[in-house]
Design a binder for this molecule. Structure first.
Ligand code: JFZ
Length: 443
């Protein structure tokens, strides 16, 4: 780890002209970000994002009524006309933005990413681009995204909008891709008119809700070789909100204009799901995860991961420098399944004590191991011991001279045995806790 003697900058300021050096550093920094020239607002948002570490994913829409996940229109399949009838009954009277945001906050989450429009094509916000939206089409008549945006601002969370580029309802989604063939639409349509519709809706989402965290795109994988007009759409977003991030779930290496590389049901680099790329670039990372086996509300899916497993996933994501976007599928009345709420509150309690070894950290110096991972912040390396039952743990050499170890956050001094080949630490007691954390610093 490189160290700068504290007076160096002061001395430099006094003895040399500082501006040219600063300028050269900025140029180097911009080059390091790739050929994109990314404005300061977005660079700042990316750093905020890297620090945030934990967000709430929300899949909620007309599909929630059927309790069979958000793909029910495709899977059954359901014709557009039948689905339109269903949509007209959507009335989530128990929806309470304050309760949702308070829960996210209690869980230690720093942002919420919610489905503004999923593949079913139903807009969960007030839009002039189509009457097929929650305000104009349903007895509910409220705009839940507006209520969430206001509440997020009040409670200090950022709000991101999931937006599906794929549409099983719109007649101009033509030619069709790999899905949406059985919903009874005409075999014709105007692709550019569809993309105009997308841009019009994105303009609304980036104009009517104050500062948004960004747009989480999904569905391009339905037609990977179509002309999606990405440069035009991305430029529109960046022009409307220079600080908003673009998070694409297209399962490819990042494209120009994008800010985050997101992975689905897999940690970056892994591909158990079968559709994630293993190519990891230099952008901030995120991994999205279901708490049970469904994104949208599934009435009979009680196969929830344990709190311990979810904490382990959060820690393992932090160990590779990635955020965890943990999903909930609220019920059609607007309430959140109790299994999900219970786990979120437990994770929040854990983070209230241990979050200092997670938030604002970066991936640590030791690559992930079967026993756990490392994170670091400043000069402190946090060793997260997740699966290890022995009282000591041997680490490879960390370089940088002599190290001292303390259990974290309580600060009890732990014994360190240091040799040329590595560092062996005595672990804190409590092998049954979710994560035994050791803070390593230079002596
Ligand atoms: C996508 C959505 O289809 C899904 O409903 C959910 O919103 C999730 C977060 O994102 O999931 C995908 C996307 C692509 C594939 C599989 C699931 N794929 O290419 O196999």
């Amino acid at each position: 780890m490189s160290r700068i003697y504290p007076g160096l900058l002061e001395d430099a300021r006094r003895t040399v002209q500082f501006e040219p050096i600063l300028h050269a550093l900025v140029v180097l920094f911009v080059l390091a970000q790739g050929r994109d020239s990314v404005p300061a607002e977005r660079l700042a948002s990316r750093e905020w994002y890297r620090d945030a570490k934990f967000g709430m994913f929300v899949h909620w829409g007309v599909y929630s009524l059927l309790g069979q996940g958000e793909w029910v229109m495709q899977n059954r399949p359901i014709a557009v006309s039948d689905y339109e009838w269903l949509a007209a009954t959507f009335n989530p009277v128990k929806f309470d933005a304050r309760a949702w945001v308070s829960l996210a906050k209690a869980a230690g989450m720093r942002y919420i990413t919610i489905t503004s429009r999923h593949h079913d094509g139903f807009s969960m916000f007030a839009t002039r681009a189509t009457r097929y939206n929650i305000v104009d089409w349903t007895p509910f008549q409220r705009d839940p995204l507006k209520e969430l945006a206001d509440e997020c601002r009040r409670q200090g969370l950022k709000l991101f909008f999931y937006y599906s580029q794929l549409d099983w309802h719109h007649s101009d989604y033509w030619p069709r891709g790999s899905t949406g063939h059985n919903t009874g639409r005409p075999e014709s349509g105007d692709w550019n008119r569809y993309l105009d519709f997308l841009d019009a809706q994105l303009t609304e989402l980036l104009t009517n809700y104050g500062a948004v965290g960004g747009i989480w795109f999904d569905g391009m994988w339905d037609k990977p070789n179509a002309e999606w007009r990405l440069p035009q759409t991305y430029a529109l977003i960046h022009r409307l909100q220079p600080g908003a991030l673009i998070v694409p779930n297209h399962h490819q290496a990042p494209l120009p204009g994008e800010d985050v590389q997101t992975f689905e049901q897999d940690l970056p680099g892994a591909n158990t799901a079968g559709f994630n790329t293993r190519t990891i670039g230099g952008l901030p990372l995120e991994t999205s995860l279901t708490m049970n086996d469904s994104w949208g509300f599934n009435l009979t899916d009680h196969h929830y991961k344990s709190t311990r497993e979810l904490i382990h996933y959060l820690v393992r994501a932090a160990g590779v420098g990635a955020n965890l976007l943990l999903n909930i599928g609220p019920r059609p009345d607007g309430t959140i399944p109790p299994e999900a709420e219970e786990r979120l509150r437990e994770i929040g309690q854990w983070l209230a004590t241990n979050g200092g070894a997670i938030y604002a950290t970066r991936a640590g110096p030791i690559a992930p191991r079967s026993w756990g991972v490392t994170t670091q912040r400043g000069d402190t390396v946090f060793v997260h011991v997740l699966d290890w039952s022995d009282p000591t743990l041997a680490l490879p050499s960390l370089g940088g001279g002599r190290w001292k170890a303390k259990s974290w956050p309580d600060g009890k001094v732990l014994q360190v045995m240091q040799a040329a080949g590595g560092v062996t630490i005595t672990l804190p007691a409590g092998g049954e806790t979710a994560d035994r954390i050791v803070a390593l610093t230079h002596r």
